[in-house]
Design a protein around this ligand. Sequence first.
Ligand code: S3P
Length: 185
Amino acid sequence: MIVLVGMPGSGKSSAGRQVARRFGLPFVDSDHEIEQQIGMSIREYFETQGEQAFRDLETALLRRVAESGEQIVLSTGGGALLREENREILRQHGTVLYLRASPEEIYRRLRHDTKRPLLQVADPRQKLQELFQTRDPLYLKAAHYVIDTGRSSIQVLVSHIAMQLEMAGLVQPSPQRPARKHPGS
Ligand code: S3P
């Protein structure tokens, strides 16, 4: 199992889907699976049932997916590593890649977001700084590999992830990657 972790807006879902396609693996998006299960948006669920109820569903889902033993690409929600239990499940059953983006960059991408319950606050920029401070050490601790996303497009990010997975011998080199041009050729 290849697991993508990182802050909201770090590209986990978009890049995860494309990486899975590139290597012909099934793709599971944790938040999407949970929304299917509860029949409402995560934002609504947070509002009506509270964050802890969501975290319980998240842990149950991560455990179920991890213990299935299938070779998949899993993208997690930004808070998935808050619980030590989740960090252990994911590290034990998968290879964890942290898509690392600065809070400023994330703010730039998410400043108009209305879907993420934790960012519906007066000062989302400040909130992202706080979330980053708490979570960056947890992501770093849990990750087998860290990929700095900078301001990369999803396409570039996908190539970086693919290269990392190939170098680690976790996937067969993908035939879809265009051959690199040598200078002068
Ligand atoms: C959360 C991030 C969301 C989603 C939920 C909680 C968080 O996922 O799981 O709103 O705690 O950061 P994304 O990282 O896909 O936004």
